[in-house]
Ligand binder design. Structure first.
Ligand SMILES: Cc1ncc(COP(=O)(O)O)c(C=O)c1O
Length: 477
């Protein structure tokens, strides 16, 4: 085709550049590479041609190739090693199967979670600041506990988790979340997801109905479905979960799953009135309130409201996680159950979901005990507040409707906008916005938009990312 350039080679994806398509050549090169790497056609750890060689092969300017490579480096698909050249990132990419079956995604949740084991991308939800982790002090503490563990006698540990950590959590939760509990009520879990799984099993929720917030956390809804629980979508308004609607839509529900501290994703706190209504419902119905306190006291404006479990008379199962305030790679969370349920849940944990290695528990316990955790939280709040302001300032010229929501900014876009497509396209630019529509369960309520986490800021600030996001919304929305 006149005006087109076709090339193919061992370390270059087959590429057809369209010179008059309205899309820049560097963008086309970037997209071809991103696709080839994503599909496993370029192997991890392989070298790509120099800018000069590829530019000569393609008949384009060297700067065009460099711009494409820079974007691919930003999105962690390529690694620039200076004089040693540019390489495909050696983090394994999903490989196509060669056994004749259709290629399937190897990683779990591939349609929702864009990649595991990678540094966070700009706007990516659910990951704390990568550049603020207290690595030095943490590594000192962790090493000491790993050594100590080796010298301990071999044997089974308490399936509810280390006593040291459960004790620390009792004092921390009393101070930070207004909860009064005993160490026997605390079970250490593999994050929030681990706690939710344990609850489903211990309460025998299979076959029952559970209210879930709409919009709400997609992975929790999927987890309930996987556990054979029917998630009933209950709307959320400016006061949080609409308890009356819950009673109207599913009066027979066995439980409710709620984020009272800062609603996920909209960020409002469940009002006092709604808290009282929810607790009264649970009491009357002998139902369970599963409190997802995923952000805990990590609130940027004002003082965080106490946990719902602080007001409880025995119906709240409180889940906390270290995924948001330390690191999701610790895979560490906790469940606090009412006193009357402690023995049952202890047994369920022992039989179905025993706690992980105590090395980690004891290290986190010391991190809390020595005051490092509170100091770290204070620093994170300050840092996130600064990043939030910087992000709003960068976004507002392009998206005047951008508004804050917990540790994120939400941009609501007109109905019918293809927010999932925009989010998908953004990955190639090192950005991972979450489409707003995926948080909704009921199509009638569904809104389109983008949810952008403030926690990680690209090295050059948010302005370039805001510009790119606007271009993507204009092109693909
Ligand atoms: C609403 C909500 N709850 C809980 C979690 C934490 O889950 P985990 O502890 O399994 O990492 C997240 C993480 O993104 C979340 O968004």
């Amino acid at each position: 085709m006149p005006g087109n350039n076709k090339i193919n080679g061992p370390s270059v994806p087959a590429m057809t550049l369209l010179r008059h398509s309205g899309r820049s050549l560097s963008d086309q090169i970037r997209e071809e590479f991103a696709q080839a790497i994503g599909e496993g056609r370029m192997s991890p750890g392989s070298r790509v041609p120099s800018c000069r060689d590829l530019a000569a092969q393609l008949g384009v300017a060297r700067g065009t190739v460099r711009a494409a490579y820079d974007m691919l480096v930003d999105s962690q698909l390529l690694v620039a090693k200076g004089a040693a050249g540019t390489w495909v990132s050696d983090i394994p990419q999903p490989q196509a199967r060669n056994d004749g079956q259709e290629a399937t995604a190897i990683a779990p949740l591939a349609a929702i979670v864009h990649a595991f084991d990678r540094p966070p991308l700009t706007f990516q939800m659910g990951v704390p600041a990568d550049d603020a982790f207290p690595a030095k002090v943490w590594s000192r503490i962790l090493t000491r506990h790993a050594r100590e563990m080796v010298s301990k006698p071999i044997g089974y540990s308490d399936p509810r988790g280390s006593r040291a950590l459960r004790q620390q959590l009792v004092s921390y939760l009393s101070m930070a979340r207004g909860m009064r509990c005993q160490e026997s009520q605390v079970i250490i879990t593999n994050g929030y997801a681990g706690a939710l799984g344990l609850i489903c099993l211990a309460l025998g929720l299979r076959g029952q109905r559970v209210w879930t917030e709409d919009p709400g956390y997609l992975l929790a809804r999927r987890a309930l479905e996987m556990a054979g629980v029917e998630a009933v979508a209950i709307p959320v308004d400016e006061q949080g979960l609409c308890v009356e609607e819950g009673m109207r839509l599913a009066a027979d529900a066995a439980a409710v799953l709620v984020t009272p501290g800062q609603q996920a994703p909209l960020g409002m706190t469940l009002s006092l009135e709604r808290r009282a209504a929810l607790l009264a419902w649970a009491e009357r119905r002998a139902g369970w309130i599963i409190e997802d306190d995923y952000l805990g006291e990590l609130q940027l404006q004002g003082r965080a409201a106490p946990a719902l479990a602080a007001l409880d008379g025995g119906r709240v199962l409180h889940i906390g996680t270290f995924s948001k305030n330390l690191s999701p790679s610790l895979r560490l969370g906790y469940l606090v159950v009412p006193a009357a349920q402690a023995a049952h849940f202890g047994e369920a944990a022992a039989l179905l979901a025993p706690a992980s290695s105590f090395v980690l528990h004891n290290a986190v316990a010391e991190f809390l005990h020595e005051g490092h955790f509170m100091r770290h939280l204070r620093r994170m709040k300050r840092l996130y507040s600064e990043r939030l302001l910087a992000m709003l300032a960068a976004l507002h010229p392009f998206f005047p409707q951008a508004s804050r929501a917990a540790l994120a900014v939400i941009i609501v876009l007109p109905a019918g906008t293809q927010d999932t497509r925009i989010a998908q396209k953004a990955l190639a630019y090192g950005m991972a916005p979450t489409p707003l529509s995926v948080w909704y369960q009921d199509e009638k309520r569904c809104r389109c938009g983008l949810v952008l986490s403030v926690t990680n800021m690209p090295s050059g600030g948010f302005v370039k990312s805001a510009q790119r996001l606007k271009a993507l919304v204009d092109e693909w929305g």
